[in-house]
Design a protein around this ligand. Structure first.
Ligand SMILES: Cc1ncc(COP(=O)(O)O)c(C=O)c1O
Length: 450
């Protein structure tokens, strides 16, 4: 991409440091400037239209250009554009949204704590877990276990939870209290001759071995996404959650389900927790909560977590935690309207109805010789690519394929050499086919060029 002097691209590169980009490459090539969106499509400043096959960042559930969300924001802006939830004050939208989320929760939850990003929700979860351990007179119970390839965010604690090398390298992370156990990716993690069922059991055994090695009395919580997203869309093998959850129960370890991607329909149920019959003590929610029209996230905690925290705050006289924008009224109003749309249009039923087409077309990509694996559930999936010519540079084939998809009008995202698909939940069956037709043609073009 040439950057003309004073173009938006050139000004962007001149003034903005970007996330998940090589800053030197950014200086040279610039970024794609997206200008507007409608439904499952976005358009760049040159008028080129793309299917947003990632729903932005796994998040725009109701699609782009949803007027009801705009109107909800305007109504709230006009009435009360900002207020906070500190020091015994509150406001209507945060109350309504908290009540709604406790009602919607798939397992009994007691309280909601609002934050502004998935990272902050997970960071707050860790702080509250530590606070609770102290409240319970168990100051040694501070270690947290997450999984390799898990993604939980980028703040100091949540980046530590994230089990991806590039989120740690040169950042001096992870924090020493945060440990990582085996990723549930069968193809790459299985041992010679190990069946999928045996692999699922071994993941649970690896977890238990880690707990025992560290001392069960030192482990406070386990964080996991029901289906891993940004680590490459890793769908756990059958039997995985049935084997892992009893280990947590056995050692009285809190389970935090990171539903930041799975929450609100993505896996074909309202929550990934339902898809896998999970029993979390805490849940973190964001993204599809507001379809990312406003930054908002929520941490749900059950009574077992809440009560000691309440006692400790009473002992100290205050819960010394809070974000200026916690439960922001405009974000909360938008989230409420977004949840109304998800329910009124039965987007969960819609996902269930079109998931078979989505998964069939995803699996069909395996006909291309570059594809070594497809994996997915509901309306989320990935294809893993390989080619001997690029095998020495992980991510090179993914980047090449990404560029080809862009050229053909599809925004996907390569996580190294895995191409992810996670479109808005409103996508129609015809649009699912349109998306995978482009992916098929894109893969063929990449294959032909090798
Ligand atoms: C499962 C999961 N948890 C947490 C996060 C972090 O959210 P945020 O980028 O809003 O901080 C993400 C972001 O992609 C995520 O996918």
């Amino acid at each position: 991409m040439a950057q003309l002097p004073n173009s938006l691209e050139a000004r962007d590169s001149a003034f903005q440091l970007h996330s998940y980009a090589d800053a030197r490459r950014q200086e040279e090539t610039g970024a794609l400037v997206i200008d507007k969106g409608d439904g499952i499509y976005v358009e760049d400043i040159n008028g080129k239209r793309y299917i947003e096959g990632m729903a932005g960042l796994w998040s725009v559930a109701v699609g782009f250009g949803e007027k009801r969300l705009v109107e909800a924001a305007v109504r709230q802006m006009e009435k009360l554009p900002y207020y906070h939830t500190f020091t015994y004050k509150t406001h209507g939208p945060s109350i309504e949204l908290a009540e709604k989320l406790v009602e919607m929760a798939p397992v009994p939850m007691s309280k909601v704590y609002f934050t502004n990003s998935g990272s902050e929700a997970n960071d707050t979860a860790i702080k509250l877990i530590w606070y609770r351990s102290n409240a319970l007179g168990q100051p040694e119970r501070k270690k947290i276990i997450s999984r390799m390839r898990g993604y939980h965010g980028v703040t100091i604690a949540s980046a530590s939870l994230t089990g991806l090398p590039n989120n740690h390298r040169s950042f001096d992370l992870p924090l020493p209290q945060i440990l990582h156990t085996t990723s549930p990716h069968y193809r790459t993690m299985k041992k010679e001759g190990e069946s999928e069922a045996d692999f699922a059991k071994r993941c649970a055994q690896d977890l238990e071995d880690l707990i025992l090695a560290e001392g069960p009395e030192t482990i406070a919580a386990f964080f996991a996404e029901p289906v891993m997203g940004a680590g490459g869309v890793v769908v756990p093998p059958d039997g995985y959650w049935e084997a892992v959850q009893p280990v947590l129960k056995k050692y009285d370890i809190l389970f935090v389900a990171d539903e930041v991607i799975c929450g609100f329909g993505r896996t074909g149920n309202m929550f990934g927790t339902q898809t896998y019959n999970l029993q979390p003590d805490m849940m973190t929610l964001s993204k599809a909560l507001s379809s990312s029209y406003q930054p908002i996230s929520a941490l749900l905690i059950n009574d077992k977590v809440y009560q000691p925290i309440a006692d400790e705050s009473h002992k100290i006289g205050v819960l010394g935690h809070g974000y200026t924008a916690s439960g922001h009224p405009v974000a909360a109003a938008v989230a409420l309207e977004n949840l109304k749309i998800i329910e009124e249009r039965d987007l969960v039923g819609h996902v269930k109805a079109i998931a078979p087409t989505f998964q069939k077309r995803l699996a069909g990509l395996a006909e291309n010789p570059l594809v070594i694996e497809t994996r997915g559930i509901g309306l989320i999936g990935a294809v893993e690519l390989t080619h001997e010519a690029l095998a020495a540079t992980p991510g090179a084939l993914g980047a090449k394929t990404n560029a080809m998809f862009h050229e053909k009008g599809l925004i996907s995202r390569n996580m190294l050499d895995a191409m992810a698909f996670c479109p808005p939940l409103i996508i129609t069956e015809a649009q699912v086919n349109e998306m995978f037709d482009i992916a098929e043609a894109g893969l063929k073009a990449v294959q032909d060029s090798m």
